[in-house]
Ligand binder design. Structure first.
Ligand code: NFE
Length: 467
């Protein structure tokens, strides 16, 4: 008999994600549903607040990707008032955002994903643990555990590095509409360079080594977990000539990004009103318990299609990666991107002028509409805003995990992760490690995708029937 298994919450990711999968008699997943069990309300919190607050408040959406929110918010306000930041501001933002990407990617590989493949020591946080299909030798397990511990230090170093320019981290104080308020000294830049070098050594000696070990031991994961094969990127590190370009990869070819083709569908999400809206028109009106809905995550679509976003999408859109779209491809793309960002950061660092201000105080009480696009570690991030007399009238945030972990839409089409789970063979439904490995490869963050939980209430809803 087909039956449903539910992972709720899926652990080792940020926020609360529920995954339900219908398993056929042969152990294959026939369909899956992913649900975000938190409600986010930042769009409404921002209404009637000063425009500068957006860069500070939206960082509180998440401690893992705050810099991308700060930059998206600053860019949205700058676009609304027609301001372009100085070249030094773009460099400083790149360096702070690069530090954050390193911290996030290293966190993801070692502290969220590696335990799906490697057996750690018999102690917390490695245990208790699904003891299922773990293939590394004792020496290899020990090697990954060493990397795990070293990665904790590397995350601290990445934060320290970014904080030299951000004022503080994880939530930066220096990124505002108008530029970056920190004026770096030559000493700050020298310290930044020294930390970056230490991190680069770790990525080469540990991260690359350990992913190579895991990929060799789990070869079929180079095929398992493929998403829709449609990829989207908003572009990263600089606007005119970003290091990683904006674009989409759709129907087998790369195309320029068309922002007008985006809609957020709420047919199966706990929001009113019905229909699909562009973020310039969208609202955030909670409607918990709405019939047929099963997630607090909206369903963004591009020309009506679900799109995967993240390191693998950035690489497909840039044309630098073509091997595949599987679990292991996501891990490889994240490592390759970390290496590429570190190399670029070394160059940007040389171009920063110590002692030079990169901040312009913008005039108060301005009006206008604008969009701020960037990439967060997990993928495409956009903030859309309308200002009147210096206050936020309208704000919409479209995060990477909304793209990746979206529910079905009004046509019944599943989201990217839901598609990646369908058809997967589960060997032990009590311990469905195959599903966990696929979910983790996307590096979901439901704290970003939704916000603020209602205490004492089960927001999980019934997702036993999906279609
Ligand atoms: Ni909370 Fe985030 C990233 C954003 S994911 S981590 O990366 O925006 O949706």
């Amino acid at each position: 008999m087909p039956h449903t298994i539910t992972l709720d919450p899926v652990t080792r990711l940020e926020g609360h994600l529920k995954v339900s999968a219908v398993i056929n008699e042969d152990g294959r997943v026939s369909e899956a549903a992913t649900a975000g069990n938190l409600f986010r309300d930042f769009e409404n919190i921002l209404r009637n607040r000063g425009a500068r607050d957006a860069a500070l408040l939206t960082q509180r959406i998440c401690g893992v990707c705050p810099i991308s929110h700060a930059i998206a918010a600053a860019k949205a306000v700058e676009a609304a008032v027609g301001f372009e930041p100085a070249a030094q501001a773009v460099l400083l933002r790149n360096l702070i955002q690069g530090s954050n990407f390193i911290a996030s990617h290293v966190l993801h590989f070692y502290h969220l994903a590696s335990m799906d493949f490697a057996r750690g020591p018999a102690m917390s946080p490695w245990s208790p643990h699904y003891d299922q299909d773990l293939r590394l030798t004792p020496a290899q397990n020990e090697q990954v555990a060493q990397g795990y511990l070293e990665a904790l230090q590397v995350r601290r170093k990445a934060h320290e590095m970014g904080a030299l320019l951000a004022g503080k981290l994880p939530h930066a104080a220096s990124i505002l509409p108008g530029g970056v308020t920190t004026i770096p000294t030559a000493q700050d830049l020298a310290r930044f360079g020294a930390l970056l070098q230490e991190i680069q050594r770790f990525v080469h000696d540990f991260y690359r080594r350990d992913l190579t070990t895991i990929a060799a031991a789990y070869p079929e994961y180079a095929d398992i977990g493929a998403g829709p094969g449609n990829f989207l990127s908003f572009g990263l590190f600089g606007d005119r000539t970003p290091l990683l370009p904006a674009g989409v990869f759709l129907d087998g070819r790369a195309e320029p990004l068309d922002l007008a083709a985006i809609r957020e569908d709420v047919a199966r999400s706990w929001y009113a009103p019905e229909g699909a809206a562009h973020p310039t028109q969208g609202t955030t009106e909670p409607a918990f318990g709405k019939e047929g809905a099963y997630s607090w995550i909206k369903a963004p679509r591009y020309r009506g299609l679900p799109m995967e976003t993240g390191p693998l999408a950035r690489a497909w859109v840039a044309g630098t990666y073509r091997r595949g779209t599987s679990v292991m491809d996501r891990h490889w793309a994240r490592l390759l991107e970390t290496e590429r960002i570190i190399a670029a950061m070394r160059e940007w660092l040389q171009s920063v002028n110590p002692g030079v201000s990169a901040y312009t105080h913008l005039a108060d009480r301005q009006s206008g509409s604008g969009v701020g696009l960037t990439e967060a570690p997990r993928g495409a991030l956009g903030h859309w805003t309308t200002l009147a007399d210096g206050l936020v009238m309208h704000y919409q945030i479209l995060t990477p995990t909304c793209w990746n972990c979206s529910p079905r839409d009004s046509t019944g089409r599943p989201g990217p992760l839901e598609q990646a789970l369908a058809g997967v063979q589960v060997s032990n439904t009590e311990r469905p490690v195959e599903l966990l490995r696929i979910v983790h490869s996307y590096d979901p963050c439901t704290a970003c995708a939704v916000h603020v939980m209602e205490p004492g209430r089960d927001c999980a809803g019934d997702v036993e029937t999906f279609s």
